[in-house]
Design a binder for this molecule. Structure first.
Ligand code: SPD
Length: 410
């Protein structure tokens, strides 16, 4: 079957309620189609899913689909110099991390063909860029990876004469520890890394990382851990009572012991299929990021997301432009577009992560159900037990790398 026909079938199934949004996103990511190919199909099928502006909110600028390369008149802000826009943009993003309609809308409005590739961890992103991938225009590193990339001279300063929508971002999310003047990064989404589990099998009371690291018999071989060294080692450190950025040999040796003892009970290390395994019932507990957890709950309401009592990571992912980006001006225009309140709101509702876009929240673009969900926007008492992953320097990173390889190959 041609990829176009396959996508058409998935979209039909999605709109008729037979295929979840999470599964649709996953499959589109796997197909690795350029956004125009997906976009044309999504645009045809865009009916039931298209959110409308909430009452009292500023409606989105009208976007008449333009022909490829011909932006629709009036829809591009006047401060963007259209003559500087390229015909294409290459976006390197986490999987299942943007509403595909939004890419289509950028493409139709700005006349720029967007191609998106996906990755599963910050370390994969770094390795890919260091391995010589020079074609990407916009990337989405997390907090500590922004620090690492700044120190390695890999990021381009952002042009705020183009990214004027920075004004929509909550001051609380700006000036972060990893880029104090936002010279290189604009916050995209934020979240936490706890675990989800099936209450229909395990009951309502799970609260501790103990369930993951020293599991009861019924969950043995039914645990999925993120395929992410800083997250997994960090969770083990927190369970043991250490700080998440610990690099002492003693703490890392204890984390290693715990993770090696846990390994026979781990079904998989996966950041992309952890949600599928939970929904399919093959896993009963999965270490997971907020949005993936909440999307899974929509398909399987017996799942519940837990921020463990010992704490877990809080993170903020960011829009950045690599120094090597071939289409820098267009990259800035794309980042500006993603921060429009209507766009940021639709995106946050779709992927279900915390949004740093204050204007989107205040103008009513974010669903009340998402805003009120304590898994997405934790209350102050929960914030006290969250920790940020930080750059642990070259020596620390080597220790984490070595430990991770030992765990994965054991
Ligand atoms: N489904 C994609 C989610 C991206 C999450 N990024 C989290 C990084 C945490 N260290």
């Amino acid at each position: 079957m041609r990829p176009e026909d396959l996508v058409q079938r998935w979209l039909r199934d999605h709109h008729q309620g037979r295929l979840s949004r999470r599964e649709l996103l996953r499959r589109l990511g796997l197909l690795s189609l350029s956004v125009p190919a997906i976009g044309t199909l999504v645009a045809c099928a865009r009916t039931a899913e298209t959110p409308t502006a909430p009452s009292g909110a500023t409606p989105a600028a009208p976007t008449t689909p333009g022909e490829q390369g011909t932006p629709a008149a009036g829809a591009i802000p006047e401060y963007i110099d259209r003559t500087k826009l390229d015909k294409e943009l290459n976006f390197y993003n986490w999987s299942e991390y943007i509403d595909p309609d939004i890419l289509t809308e950028f493409q139709e409005t700005y006349g720029v063909k967007v191609t998106m590739d996906t990755y599963a961890s910050n370390e994969d992103l770094l390795a890919k860029l260091q391995g010589g991938a020079t074609g990407y225009d916009v990337i989405v590193p997390s907090d500590y990876m922004v620090s690492i990339m700044i120190n390695l001279g890999m990021l381009e300063p952002l042009d705020y004469s183009v990214i004027k929508t920075i004004a929509n971002i909550d001051p609380e999310n700006l000036k972060p520890y990893y880029d104090p003047d936002n010279t290189y990064s604009v916050p995209y989404m934020w979240g936490t890394s706890g675990y989800s589990y099936d209450t229909s099998v395990l009951g309502e009371d799970l609260t501790s990382w103990k369930e993951v690291f020293q599991p009861r018999p019924e969950v043995r071989k039914k645990i999925v851990m993120l395929d992410d060294q800083r997250e997994v080692i960090g969770a083990a450190l927190m369970y043991l009572g250490y700080e998440i950025n610990e690099t002492s040999d003693e703490a890392l040796a204890k984390a290693k012991e715990l993770l090696l003892a846990q390994k026979p009970h781990v079904l998989a290390y996966s950041s992309q299929n952890n949600d599928d395994l939970l929904v399919a019932g093959e896993a009963l507990i999965a270490h997971i990021w907020t949005g993936d957890a909440l999307m899974s709950e929509q398909e399987k309401p017996s799942l519940r997301y837990v921020i463990p009592i010992e704490g877990c990571t809080v993170w903020q992912d960011n829009l950045c432009v690599p120094k090597t980006a071939p289409h820098k001006y267009t990259a800035m225009a794309f980042i500006d577009f993603l921060n429009r309140p209507d766009i940021a709101g639709r995106n946050a509702n779709y992927i279900m992560y915390g949004s740093p876009n204050k204007a989107a929240r205040e103008q009513g673009y974010i669903d009340e159900a998402v805003l009120q969900n304590p898994g997405v926007y934790p209350p102050p008492e929960v914030w006290k037990r969250l920790q940020w992953i930080k750059d642990v320097g070259e020596e620390g990173a080597l220790k984490y790398d070595r430990l991770w390889t030992e765990i994965k190959t054991a």
